[in-house]
Design a protein around this ligand. Structure first.
Ligand SMILES: NC(=O)c1ccc[n+]([C@@H]2O[C@H](COP(=O)([O-])OP(=O)(O)OC[C@H]3O[C@@H](n4cnc5c(N)ncnc54)[C@H](O)[C@@H]3O)[C@@H](O)[C@H]2O)c1
Length: 351
């Protein structure tokens, strides 16, 4: 039971993801009161209030996130809006010194992602990107194994994810989507590769098309890239939006000593020349169970480690930018150092 005054929370964007995150926060044992919400679709606010079982201060204008942050007395803000709106929303929330939970992809474009991260650092507030795979036992275990050298130095990888991604509503609008499926669900797989290996992206070369079985779209649906990481490891990243039916993924990492891969929720390892072994995995004691849990506990001072700091949003923004540039330039190899240079940044800014 909460012993302190509840954290006063305001949400920007109350669609599918927003409602799910807001409900997780509202149910958190350490006390979160959802006091306000903004969505340009009033039906979404009706639904949210129904789910919460109580009313919130409602805002419905496209710029009303400012009014909500100014007027509603919130301590913390959740940003669950279309991708290219994230930058304005998070920037204003941080300028007004609010804690921020932000959906992926954090902010589109490396320069803006670094700007927001520096702004967050200047406030001393909590900022988490909602990459929920950082809380899944299999990925947590895989990162631990890779970082302690269980498969040796990472040399290669294969990352594949496919989903019937029709690009509904804003997702296929280039002015809101910021890069189609590669920037949407694909963002998780760029993140998980960079997070598990703790390496930085070095270059990307590949292609994308805009074809879904329901017809052409104006944003990237399927893509395939060859990616190089900062230690020279290289591999393939295939992000598909045009599959018939359900979700699939396959992530394999090769090191100098062996391979690591997944089967459902299992982590499998195979030393070179040896047999496949299953590695038991569960979250370490005290590990938060979700980004929402981590967010509340950090604000409450009940845990110290932020498992998805904005830095990971920056690294993904850089890789996404390189992948998109390459796809738009007929597969030219794009060096991340050049992307950084154009943004007047250097590797040290994302290290
Ligand atoms: N982590 C995950 O697994 C996951 C899953 C789904 C979505 N997401 C992310 O969540 C975010 C939202 O996606 P979604 O699926 O919930 O989309 P959605 O369309 O269901 O919800 C977006 C909401 O934002 C509202 N909106 C649009 N412009 C607005 C504005 N100016 N001010 C306030 N509200 C505005 C829309 O009316 C809509 O209700 C995206 O960043 C997406 O990538 C993450």
């Amino acid at each position: 039971m909460a012993t302190k005054a509840p954290i006063r929370f305001g949400a920007i964007g109350c669609g599918g993801a927003g409602t799910d995150r807001i409900m997780q926060l509202a149910k958190h044992a350490m006390g979160v009161q959802v006091v306000a919400a903004v969505d340009i679709n009033p039906d979404r606010l009706d639904n949210l209030e129904k789910r919460l079982g109580y009313g919130v201060t409602r805002y419905t204008g496209p710029e009303d996130y400012r009014r909500m942050i100014d007027e509603a007395g919130v301590d913390a803000v959740g940003i669950f809006t279309p991708h290219l709106l994230h930058y304005d929303h998070v920037k204003y929330a941080l300028q007004q010194k609010k804690h921020v939970l932000i959906e992926k992809p954090m902010v589109c474009g490396t320069a803006k992602a670094v700007e927001i991260t520096r702004l967050l650092e200047s406030t001393g507030k909590v900022g988490i990107v909602h990459y929920q795979r950082h809380y899944e036992p299999k990925f947590v275990k895989a990162r631990e194994l890779i970082l302690k050298g269980a498969i040796g130095e990472v040399t290669n990888f294969y990352v594949y994810m496919a989903q019937d991604w029709a690009g509904r509503e804003w997702r296929s609008d280039p002015a809101l989507s910021g890069g189609g499926q590669l920037n949407d669900s694909g963002s998780h797989y760029q993140d998980i590769l960079l997070w598990m290996t703790d390496l930085l992206p070095k270059s990307a070369e590949g292609f994308a098309d805009c074809w879904h079985h329901d017809g052409p779209r104006q944003v990237e649906i399927d893509s395939m890239h060859h990616i190089e990481l900062s230690n020279g490891a290289h591999g393939r990243m295939i992000i598909v939006g045009d599959i018939l039916g359900g979700f699939q993924d396959d992530v394999r990492i090769r090191g100098t000593k062996g391979d690591l891969m997944f089967y459902g929720n299992k982590v499998l390892m195979r030393p070179h020349g040896g047999d496949i072994q299953e590695v038991p995995c569960s979250l370490p004691k005290g590990y938060p169970i979700s980004p929402c849990d981590n967010f509340v506990k950090l604000i409450r001072g009940r845990c110290r480690q932020n498992r998805v700091p904005f830095l990971f949003g920056v690294r993904v923004a850089l890789l996404t930018e390189a992948m998109l540039q390459s796809a738009h330039q007929k597969g030219t190899r794009i060096l991340c150092s050049e992307v950084l240079k154009k943004a007047k940044l250097a590797l040290k800014d994302i290290a």
